[in-house]
Write a protein that binds this ligand. Structure first.
Ligand code: NI
Length: 167
């Protein structure tokens, strides 16, 4: 396994729309394993392939306290959403920034597992938020895009400045 570099907002590659995985082979299995390792190393609860500059529809999530329930979603697709919740979100691609985002309270998601089997999952609360956040990444969106224009430009300015200092 290997740690993968994570793209930082406002990197334009975060806007790319990921394409579906047509065949789940060793390359995809290695990608998922590396993404899991990268997510745990960065203390995140979710990571989309877009964030490691691979534009395929692959997401890893672990919202468990013990950090031992890795979930891999290939070609995830929301099939229903209901209710509304609003909570603070952060993102490994937007370090140090947290803000409130409105999301559906409950979602249903169809996806393939690593054995190419179709799966369906009903999720609520934090897991539902995380699934919506990661599918947004596959569609080229970060949570910052869901904030006001004023907040977006402040965040963009702050992170661009940070990148210059650390470069
Ligand atoms: Ni994110």
């Amino acid at each position: 396994m290997a740690l993968l570099p994570i793209l930082r907002f406002p990197d334009p590659r975060l806007k790319k729309i990921a394409i579906p995985v047509s065949r789940i082979d060793d390359t995809i299995r290695k990608l998922a394993a590396d993404m899991g390792e990268t997510m745990y190393e960065a203390s995140g609860i979710g990571l989309a392939a877009t964030q490691v500059d691979v534009h395929r529809r692959v997401v890893v999530i672990d919202v468990s306290e013990e950090r031992n329930e890795l979930r891999v979603f290939i070609n995830p697709r929301l099939t229903c959403c209901e209710g509304l919740q609003s909570g603070e979100e952060g993102c490994l691609s937007v370090p140090g920034i947290y803000d409130k985002v409105e999301r559906a309270e409950r979602v249903a998601v169809d996806y393939l597992d690593l054995d190419s089997q179709p799966q369906s999952l009903l999720a609520e609360g934090l897991l539902a938020v995380c699934i919506q956040h990661e599918i947004d990444h596959l569609d080229g969106k970060v949570f910052v895009d869901r904030l006001s224009q004023l907040k977006q430009s402040r965040i963009r300015a702050k992170l661009t400045k940070q990148a210059k200092v650390t470069a």
